[in-house]
Design a protein around this ligand. Structure first.
Ligand code: ARG
Length: 298
């Protein structure tokens, strides 16, 4: 395929599609927000004084669930637990590669009750569970990009957890320091767009990110490792727009993230809009409600 020729032949008004993105199969873990509310404040997005509508949260969540299924993905469900309103944010329930599920240890007391239910679910569903010793909040702060693990710290996860993560999964872990309290988890500042599958497996992986969420050293690391990354505009970060899931082609994003949407289209991705405005009252979005299950069955 001659990309340059194809682009040259396209009319000037057409979006500059530089590649044919390939959708990969995903298996996710989600939790219906049956007990969702804001009964404490553990991030700058949460305000107890602002009323929440649990039925609306469930409805919006259902749309995300239905959207994943409609595109052919698999979604497993963990039962919500009364009194654990943040359990809907399953990205914080663990981190899983090749059937090994590393459990979490929350830095915040309000969410510690979720640790055991998630580990029990992993064990009951065929995953090898590793109980963590260091404080880390799962896929909220740990992202797999190609063969590399990016791990955030600064607000929730302890940097000491990164050595544990490297040991459990036998992979390189790149530590990234978050500096803006509004972007307190790594998945609020980085979106993993793909591994691009080549004949020999994962060839190239790309990300989208918000540079201002990181300290200078981390920003330099990201720029060096991901020269082709989508640099997301501040305005999209400010509406929690980076908190998105991707299957390599479809990128599930907030309808508020209009700048990010345009950049994704330019690169040949297919943005799919899902509005989780009610769940944003808890400081979470699409990616927060989505935990990727890698491996774990024959
Ligand atoms: N209220 C939740 C908390 O502060 C929101 C978690 C968002 N999750 C995420 N993966 N960013 O813990």
């Amino acid at each position: 395929q001659n990309t340059a020729a194809r682009e040259a032949a396209a009319p000037a008004t057409a979006p500059a599609v530089t590649s044919d993105r390939i959708q990969q199969h995903r298996r996710y873990l989600m939790c219906r927000p049956g007990y969702f509310t804001v009964s404490y404040e553990i991030n700058p997005w949460m305000h107890q004084a602002v009323p929440t509508d649990t039925a609306k949260a469930v409805q919006q969540w259902q749309t995300l669930y239905d959207t994943y299924l409609a595109l052919g993905h698999e979604v497993e469900l963990i039962d919500p637990v009364e009194g654990l309103p943040d359990m809907v944010y399953t990205a914080n329930g663990g981190f899983i590669i090749d059937g090994t599920a590393l459990g979490v240890r929350f830095s915040v007391a309000q969410r510690r009750g979720e640790e055991q239910p998630f580990m029990d679910w992993f064990a009951a569903n065929g995953f090898d569970v590793v109980r963590p010793t260091a404080i880390q909040e799962g896929e909220g702060d740990i992202l797999l990009v190609g063969e590399t693990i990016l791990a955030g710290y600064g607000f929730r996860s302890d940097v000491a957890s990164h050595a544990e993560i490297a040991k459990v999964f036998g992979r390189e872990v790149v530590s990234l320091k978050l500096v803006n309290p509004s972007f307190y988890h790594l998945d609020t500042a980085i979106c993993v767009l793909d591994p691009v599958q080549g004949p020999g497996g994962v060839e190239k992986a790309n990300i989208a990110y918000l540079p201002s969420a990181f300290d200078d050293a981390s920003r330099a690391v990201l720029a060096e490792r991901y020269p082709d990354a989508i640099v997301v505009p501040e305005a999209d970060g400010a509406v929690f727009g980076i908190n998105a899931a991707s299957d390599g082609r479809n990128v599930f994003i907030s309808p508020r993230a209009t700048g990010f949407d345009a950049l994704l289209r330019e690169r040949g991705y297919h943005p799919v809009h899902v509005d989780l405005s009610e769940l944003l009252l808890g400081g979470g979005g699409i990616k927060c409600c989505t935990l990727e299950l890698r491996g774990g069955r024959s």
